[in-house]
Unconditional design. Structure first.
Length: 412
């Protein structure tokens, strides 16, 4: 039986009733518990008594409203008479029956070592029969109940920490590992979920190199910020990677991605924005597709950063059933930096609460300033997110994902 004690605080002058189950082979003889507790009523706690003459009867009487069990250690064990009997067998039996109840062990003063061992195996306290009076028993019951409750809280906290650690390991395992072996492009990413204490949000990204040498990059954003949106983002990222390795690109890829979204989302109101870039093996040109997503920013060698064309983008995935997403050819040049981001980077405030949004123009100005100071790669992304938070006047409420691809040498 896995009985759960009643809850409630029993301190000071509280008049909360407690129920005590006394397990003794002769409860009406040597230990007159009801009389002892009647004399202790002035201590502020009323205790209802149940008595059991053996372990079988104790199991029947051990219901959910019992708060504490007083076990006589001289009680015969479940298999009394066997060679090598455990003197604590009755106590161990009660501890197994009622793992959530407070338990007190009762022993004679000559059995001090046995009484101490009873506490080590799980009892909240021990009492000596010869020293027992009503006030001592009443106080021992109250303290045992509170200690058991405190132990239960510590167990729950430990379980909560373990679950948090497991969730963190799981979320870290769901973050992407870019596959760029054989490419001369450098990659960096920065990810900050909007949910407190989370590692994953509704933003997602990925970068892979296919066998023909093309580097494919993607960044997206599922509307919303909860765990369901984070899970959907992971599903879309995995689908994109699989479809990309299967040879899909442009409108065909995004149309299939929309089908995945429509099958996996919980509501027809859920949608996702997406930006995909496929960079040719020579690194000098790329195909760009936008599905309701902000256009990437490109910084070419010797020129200031600017946004790539965005006039030909299509709608977000999940909004229109027969939408199309044209693929636009973009010239990159010899040496360049490409910055892809989600709207969390541009929707923060430009000068604290109540000010205008930073927007894409403000972001471009900020990135150009940081590029001019010599920042690149991870340092650039970290500085960009830090400055956006500072301009916003506090933490950003939206997820933020930013990734950078760089080619730093000219090819023919």
């Amino acid at each position: 039986m896995d009985a759960t004690p009643m809850t409630g605080t029993v301190t000071g002058t509280d008049r909360t009733d407690l129920t005590l189950l006394v397990v003794e082979d002769d409860p009406a003889g040597a230990l007159a518990v009801p009389e002892l507790l009647d004399a202790a009523d002035a201590a502020g706690t009323r205790v209802r008594i149940r008595t059991a003459r053996n372990l079988t009867e104790a199991e029947r009487l051990l219901t959910d409203d019992v708060h504490c069990v007083l076990v006589d250690l001289s009680l015969p064990g479940p298999r009394a008479g066997a060679v090598g009997d455990d003197p604590l067998a009755p106590l161990r039996h009660i501890l197994r029956l009622a793992p959530r109840h407070a338990v007190l062990a009762l022993a004679g003063s000559a059995d001090a070592e046995l009484a101490a061992e009873a506490v080590r195996v799980g009892a909240q306290d021990h009492l000596f029969r010869e020293e027992l009076d009503g006030r001592l028993l009443s106080r021992a019951i109250r303290y045992a109940v509170e200690r058991k409750r405190a132990d239960a809280v510590q167990v729950k906290l430990a379980e909560s920490r373990l679950r948090a650690q497991e969730n963190a390991r799981l979320e870290r395992g769901l973050l992407p590992t870019p596959l760029l072996e054989g490419s001369d492009l450098r990659f960096a990413a920065h990810y900050r979920p909007g949910r407190s204490r989370a590692l994953l949000g509704g933003d997602f990204y990925d970068v892979v190199r296919t066998p023909d040498g093309t580097v494919h990059a993607m960044i997206g954003d599922v509307c919303g910020h909860g765990p369901d949106e984070a899970a959907l983002g992971v599903e879309l990222r995995i689908a994109w990677r699989a479809l990309t390795f299967a040879g899909l690109c442009g409108d065909e890829l995004l149309s299939t991605m929309q089908q995945v979204l429509e099958h996996e989302r919980e509501s027809e109101e859920i949608f996702a924005t997406l930006c995909t870039v496929d960079i040719a093996p020579d690194g000098r040109r790329a195909g760009l597709c936008l599905a309701g997503h902000p256009s990437p920013l490109i910084a070419r060698q010797g020129r200031t950063a600017r946004l790539l064309p965005y006039e030909d983008g299509g709608p977000a995935l999940g909004l229109l059933p027969r939408a199309r997403w044209p693929r636009r050819q973009v010239e990159l040049g010899g040496a360049w930096s490409l910055l892809m981001y989600t709207d969390g980077l541009i929707e923060g405030r430009s000068a604290g609460p109540g000010s205008a949004r930073l927007g894409q123009d403000g972001m471009v100005e900020m990135i150009n300033r940081q590029l001019a100071s010599g920042l690149r790669g991870e340092e650039l992304l970290e500085a960009a997110v830090t400055e956006v938070r500072s301009l916003n006047g506090g933490e950003l409420t939206d997820d933020v994902a930013v990734l950078a691809l760089e080619r730093d040498r000219t090819r023919v």
